[in-house]
Design a protein around this ligand. Structure first.
Ligand SMILES: NC(=O)c1ccc[n+]([C@@H]2O[C@H](COP(=O)([O-])OP(=O)(O)OC[C@H]3O[C@@H](n4cnc5c(N)ncnc54)[C@H](OP(=O)(O)O)[C@@H]3O)[C@@H](O)[C@H]2O)c1
Length: 279
C-alpha cells in the first residue's frame, strides 16, 4: 500500500480503527474520521504508534448531518490529491427512533445516506486515482432486510432491528448499483460483513431486550483486528484487485439478500437516495 491513500470513516474505535492500523501497517497513508476531535486525535496517535506510520490524518464530522458530510468531503479533497481507497465504515444501531438535523431517521441517514453522499462527492477524485476501491461495511443483517419504500424513515412503525437491517441491505444495494455505474472506470465497489465483533457497536442506544444477550455473547465475539480482516483484504489485497459488485464475509464472496440482485430495486433506491441528499 506504499504511496496509496485510504480514507476510513469512523476510525476512532472498533473495526475502523483496527482497519486503519492494518492498512497503515501496510504502508498506506490513512485518514480517519470521527465526531470528536480529541477522541480522533487520540486514535490517530495510537494508529501511528501501533503501525509505525508517521502520518495519520484526522477529519472531524458528524456524518448524520448532510452539511457535515459535504464539509468533510471538501476537507478531504483539499487534503488528499489522490484517494485510492474509500472505506465506508461508519454505522450503528439505535433501539429508539432518532431524527437527524436534516429531519431524517438516524439509522437510514447515517448508515446509508452518509456513505452514499460521501462516495458521490469523492467519486471524481477516486476515478482520477484509478485503480481505486470503494469498500462498504454492511452486515449479515442485510439478509433480513427489506427496503420499505413506503416508510423508509420508519415514521409509521419503527424497530431498531428493522431499521438496521434495511440500512445494511441499502449498503449492499448501493454497492451493486455503484459497481454498475462505475464499470470501465477502474474503480471497484464491494460490500462486506465483518462478523460479530466486540466493539462499542449499539452502545449509544442499546436495546433493552438484546442488551443482556449481547453481554453474554461479548466474550465469544471477534476481536476488532479479526473483524477488520475482510475490509483490509478488500481494501488492499492484490487478490481483491478488480473484484466488484460483490458481497464478502471472511474474505470470501457470499450471496446477499435476493432483492439486492434486482436492478430495478437498486436503481430505485439510488434515485430516492439521490433525491434525499439533493444530488
Ligand atoms: N460490531 C459488529 O458486530 C458488527 C457486525 C456487523 C456489521 N458491523 C458494522 O461495522 C461498522 C463499524 O462498526 P463497529 O462495530 O466498529 O462500531 P463502533 O465501535 O461503534 O464504531 C463506530 C465508529 O463510527 C463513528 N461514528 C458513530 N457515529 C458517527 C456519526 N454520527 N458521525 C461520524 N462518525 C460516527 C465512531 O466514531 P466517534 O464515536 O468517535 O464519532 C466510531 O469510529 C458499522 O457499519 C456496523 O454496522 C458491525
Amino acid at each position: 500500500m506504499d504511496g496509496k491513500t485510504v480514507l476510513i470513516t469512523g476510525g476512532t474505535g472498533g473495526i475502523g480503527r483496527a482497519a486503519a492500523i492494518g492498512l497503515a501497517s501496510r504502508g498506506a497513508r490513512v485518514g480517519i474520521t470521527g465526531r470528536d476531535r480529541a477522541r480522533a486525535e487520540e486514535a490517530a496517535a495510537e494508529i501511528r504508534r501501533t503501525s509505525g506510520a508517521s502520518v495519520v490524518d484526522v477529519f472531524v464530522a458528524d456524518m448524520s448531518s448532510q452539511a457535515e458530510v459535504r464539509r468533510l468531503a471538501a476537507e478531504v479533497l483539499a487534503a488528499f490529491p489522490r484517494i485510492d481507497v474509500l472505506l465506508n465504515n461508519v454505522g450503528g444501531f439505535w433501539s429508539h427512533r432518532h431524527v437527524t438535523a436534516d429531519g431524517l431517521e438516524h439509522t437510514f441517514a447515517l448508515n446509508h445516506l452518509a456513505p452514499f453522499l460521501l462516495t458521490s462527492l469523492l467519486l471524481d477524485r477516486l476515478i482520477a486515482s484509478a485503480p481505486a476501491r470503494v469498500v462498504t461495511v454492511s452486515s449479515g443483517a442485510q439478509s433480513m432486510g427489506k427496503i420499505d419504500f413506503d416508510d423508509l424513515m420508519g415514521e409509521r412503525k419503527y424497530s431498531g432491528q428493522t431499521a438496521y437491517n434495511q440500512s445494511k441491505l441499502a449498503n449492499v444495494m448501493f454497492t451493486y448499483e455503484l459497481a454498475r455505474r462505475l464499470a470501465g472506470t477502474g474503480v471497484t465497489a464491494t460490500a462486506l460483513h465483518p462478523g460479530m465483533t466486540n466493539t462499542a457497536f449499539s452502545a449509544e442506544d442499546p436495546s433493552g431486550a438484546f442488551a443482556p444477550l449481547v453481554a453474554v455473547m461479548r466474550p465469544f465475539m471477534r476481536s476488532p483486528e479479526k473483524g477488520a480482516e475482510t475490509p483490509v483484504y478488500l481494501a488492499s489485497s492484490p487478490n481483491a484487485e478488480g473484484l466488484t459488485g460483490q458481497y464478502f464475509a471472511n474474505r470470501e464472496p457470499k450471496k446477499s439478500n435476493k432483492s439486492s440482485y434486482d436492478a430495478a430495486v437498486t436503481g430505485r433506491l439510488w434515485q430516492v437516495s439521490a433525491d434525499l441528499v439533493g444530488m
